[in-house]
Every structure is written in structure tokens, then in C-alpha cells.
Write a protein that binds this ligand. Sequence first.
Ligand SMILES: NC(=O)c1ccc[n+]([C@@H]2O[C@H](COP(=O)([O-])OP(=O)(O)OC[C@H]3O[C@@H](n4cnc5c(N)ncnc54)[C@H](O)[C@@H]3O)[C@@H](O)[C@H]2O)c1
Length: 357
Amino acid sequence: MPNIPSERLYDLAFLIARAMGSSETEARDVAEHLVAANLAGHDSHGIGMFPDYVRMLHAGLLVPNQTLELVADRGGVLVLDAKRGFGQAMAKEAMRRGIERAKQNGSVVVALRNSAHVGRIGHWAEQCCAAGMVSIHFVNVGDHDPLQAPYACSDARLGTNPFAVGVPGPDGKPLLLLDMATSAIAFGKARVARNKGVPVPEGVLIDEHGRPTTDPTIYVDTRKGALLAFGGHKGSGLAILCEVLGAAVTGGMTIAPHHARQDGIVNSMLSFVLDASAVGDPMQIARETLAVGDWIKASPPAPGFTEVLLPGEPEQRSRERRLAEGVPIDDKSLADILAAARSLGLSDAELDRALGR
Ligand SMILES: NC(=O)c1ccc[n+]([C@@H]2O[C@H](COP(=O)([O-])OP(=O)(O)OC[C@H]3O[C@@H](n4cnc5c(N)ncnc54)[C@H](O)[C@@H]3O)[C@@H](O)[C@H]2O)c1
């Protein structure tokens, strides 16, 4: 399959979201987010999510056109319940309200609970950056079997609980954007290795007996075993805090077993949003941030590396490349997406038209 131009991917994503029942506005939010994830190089969070989303829709675990409920407003704190609404629309609206409040107050904490999958967390940090806001996001994954073993555990107890931080430049683009799963590798990367028949790196996976392994086959096929947290006991601590800040503090669905799991994906997210202009001159903040980045990048690359990159640079490069060259979607992923689309009643002719074929 040749690369697909991002405009065609957008048309396909919009068509599928509409067929799922989303309004035009929501379908635009969903399509923009998913294609942006593909452009950033995170295909695991791009339009390849549709088979899961359609499965969740059929099972009543994802609700199109949901209204974000304001549970509490304490000025500096907004508590919002997404009630399994489409995460791309729910988180966008939650951030919009948070940004509006931070412009008035200087900062805000947004507690978003019980959204269907909110996708790539960096997207929400980018939305904040575009408004001149520094932001920090702690996220949990509920309603889904655990995938990640915290430090010293022999089995999975947490989701891949992502964490993100964005620092804006004067043009509203992030100067730094750290956006990561707290597991050593994302589940999607283990799946890719399994499909290619190659091992995963050492130190990222354990088998069903808690022993280190580099063979992803059994884990991906049966979910027996677990991904390890990144960074030993420190990364594990951050993963646990994503669970507790993301869901216990927001009032969302934690992974604790008294919450029955229905094989959906429920994200809850605690976001700290700070107006850069409330703490100082945004130009000065940008100059210092750039100076720190330049200082780090001036280090001679260590053996085995050709250059030093900063958080957010790989995604920026991917975006430039894929906007110019299109997005590679492998045959199996495209077939799965089209099968999910057909299950919604879309015809081959409609799908081909969206893909420009
Ligand atoms: N919604 C959810 O439930 C959920 C769960 C887990 C992950 N995610 C998303 O999955 C995506 C992928 O996560 P991941 O952990 O696989 O990302 P990753 O490991 O590819 O990148 C993590 C971070 O490291 C930076 N980075 C990557 N290579 C680098 C290098 N060579 N030098 C310097 N910095 C570098 C990236 O810019 C990024 O900020 C993220 O967008 C995350 O938000 C979402």
C-alpha cells in the first residue's frame, strides 16, 4: 500500500466518525485528532484506533455526541464528567474551558473523568500551548485489562498510563513537548514487533511467570505477561501517580478491581494549566527554554547516536515528513479499519471515494 495523503486519511476518518453517529463538529474533532496522531508518527493512536472505537460503540462503551457535564466549579478547579463521550471531543472541550479559566485566573486545574479514549495526550498539551499555556497532564486507563507491571510486581496491575508536559513558544507551538506512556514501550510497539517476528528490547517485558523475556508473541496473543514500567522504581512511581491523580483524584474509574472492567478504554485526566504570562514575560521564558535546549543539543552525541534530540522533536520531524510524503498505513491496519467501517453500513464505493481511489 503506498503512503496515503493526510487529506485522504482525514476524509476517511470523518466519514467513519459520521457513520458512528457523531455530529459534523464531533466528527471533525475526531478526524483531526486521529490524523494528527498519524502525522506525529504515533500510528498506535491514529486512525488505526477505529476498529476499537467501533467495537466500543457497538458494546455501548463509547457514546457519540455526549455533553460534557460540569460537576463542580471552584474557580481554580473545574471538575468535568465525560460519561464515555468521544474522548477527542470531550478532552478538547475540557481544555477549551480550562484555557478560558486560566486566562482569567492565571491557572486552573481541570479534572476530567470517565472519557472514552482521549488519544494522544500531547495533542491536549499542544492545544494549551497554542493559547500560551504551560500544561501538565496525568492520565489513567480504566475499564481495560491492565498491561503494565509496576516495579517489583510479577504481573500487570496498571494501564500504560500516559503523562505529558508542554511548554509553549511565542508562536503557540510547543518548544518542548514530553508525551509518553509510562510503560517502557507502548503496547502497539510490542504488537508491531510480534507481527514482524522480531524481539522487543531487553528490560521491557516479563512473561506470565514474571521472568524477563524479549519474545512478544505470547504477551501480544494472549496478554499473559506484562510490559514493565519505564525507568525502574522511578518510572513505576510516576505510573502509579498517573493512576491516582488521573482517576482517584478526578473521581474517575481507577483500575482497582471493584470497578468491573468491560473491555472499553476509559481515560481520566488531571491537567494543570498555567498561563505563561501570569508568571513572567513569555518571551523571556521562551529564550531561557531555547537556551537550555541549545545547551543540551550541543553535547557531542554519545557512541551509537548521531544527534541529540529534545522531547517533541521526533514528532515535529515526522509531521513535516508525513505532510509532504503521506502516511504509511500497513495493509492489515487498513483492512481492519475498512472492515470496521463496513460494519457501520458504509459501502466500498463510499470508502474508495474517501480514499481517492
Ligand atoms: N490515551 C491513552 O490511554 C494512552 C495510553 C498510553 C500512551 N498514549 C499515547 O501514546 C503515544 C506514544 O507514547 P510512547 O511512550 O510510545 O512515546 P515515545 O516513546 O515514542 O516518545 C515519548 C517521548 O519521548 C520523546 N522522544 C522520543 N524519542 C526521543 C529521542 N531520541 N530523543 C529525545 N526525546 C525523544 C518524544 O518526543 C516523546 O515526548 C503518546 O502520544 C501517548 O500520549 C495514550
